[in-house]
Write a protein that binds this ligand. Structure first.
Ligand code: KIV
Length: 273
């Protein structure tokens, strides 16, 4: 990565400083061509472990590996010149100990050149977040609904409805912000609680299914572009329906190959005389 490219891209410090100012625009990206398209419009690009589901057809994010995250982090870094890029620490790469978390985060930073890592967890991960940030690893927190906990959470639903649940998310958010995360994803959480946490914390909150009260928003790009059709969470707005366009293009190609209409003279090499 050239120094010039690095200087032009937003840093985690710049994202942190957006608290209370312009709303922060974040989308997920997993490949170079998509990163190139999203980069001019986004403050933050997240190489999310959602790639396990939307690119690899997994049922959950639990099977995603550090190697997959590094490969996709490298691909995204080849396509950006403006946005700050964060790569998810996948399940099993950071929960065991703060040392394991540091080793995984260091590999991600060194092998991709990205700006920081994201990890899921609240109070139980605060010590790890403090350990990482004190050692030069910018951390993006993730509280509320945490997809990596699917096997213990017993399915997904919006959170924060009961006072006990709300109190837990509030404590989680405080703990991760106090541990020096530069920003925090709040996922699948009721509006009044997301609003309260956003007002209380000194760092930006980025909502996904957590209302417009957050300092910024993130969506899975394949969801908002209509490329992932297995299911659509209620909080997803489709800004495009790309699947039917692809189906139509591929059907046209198949018809033309079968009829012999493709390739035509325009797409055929002849000997130059
Ligand atoms: O993995 C992911 O894409 C995420 C976002 C949806 C926040 O964690």
């Amino acid at each position: 990565m050239s120094t010039q490219t690095r200087q032009k891209r937003r840093t985690t410090t710049a994202i942190r400083a957006m608290k209370g100012g312009d709303r922060i625009v974040c989308l997920t990206a997993y490949t170079t061509p998509i990163a190139r398209l999203l980069d001019p419009h986004c403050d933050l690009l997240l190489v999310g472990d959602s790639l396990g589901m939307v690119l690899y057809g997994m049922d959950t994010t639990v099977g995603v590996t550090l190697e997959m995250m590094i490969a996709h982090g490298q691909a995204v870094m080849r396509g950006v010149s403006h946005a700050c890029v964060i790569v998810d620490l996948p399940f099993g790469s950071y929960q065991e100990s703060r040392e394991q978390a540091f080793r995984s985060a260091a590999r991600i930073l060194q092998e991709t050149g990205c700006d920081g890592v994201k990890l899921e967890g609240g109070e139980e991960m605060a010590e790890t977040v403090a350990f990482l940030t004190a050692r030069g690893v910018p951390v993006f927190g993730h509280v509320g609904l945490m997809p990596q906990l699917v096997n213990t959470a017993g399915g997904f639903r919006s959170l924060g409805h009961s006072p006990e649940e709300a109190d837990k998310i509030r404590r989680d958010a405080r703990a991760i912000a106090d541990a020096s995360a530069f920003a925090l994803v709040i996922e699948g959480t009721v509006e009044p609680l997301a609003r309260e946490i956003t007002a209380e914390l000194a760092v930006p909150t980025i909502g996904i299914g957590a209302s417009a009260a957050c300092d910024g928003q993130v969506l899975v790009s394949d969801d908002m572009l209509g490329l992932f059709n297995e299911f659509k969470p209620r909080f997803v707005k489709r800004y495009a329906e790309l699947s039917p366009l692809i189906t139509e293009a591929v059907a046209d190609y198949a018809d033309e190959v079968r009829s012999g209409a493709f390739p035509s003279a325009e797409h055929t090499f002849q000997i130059k005389r």
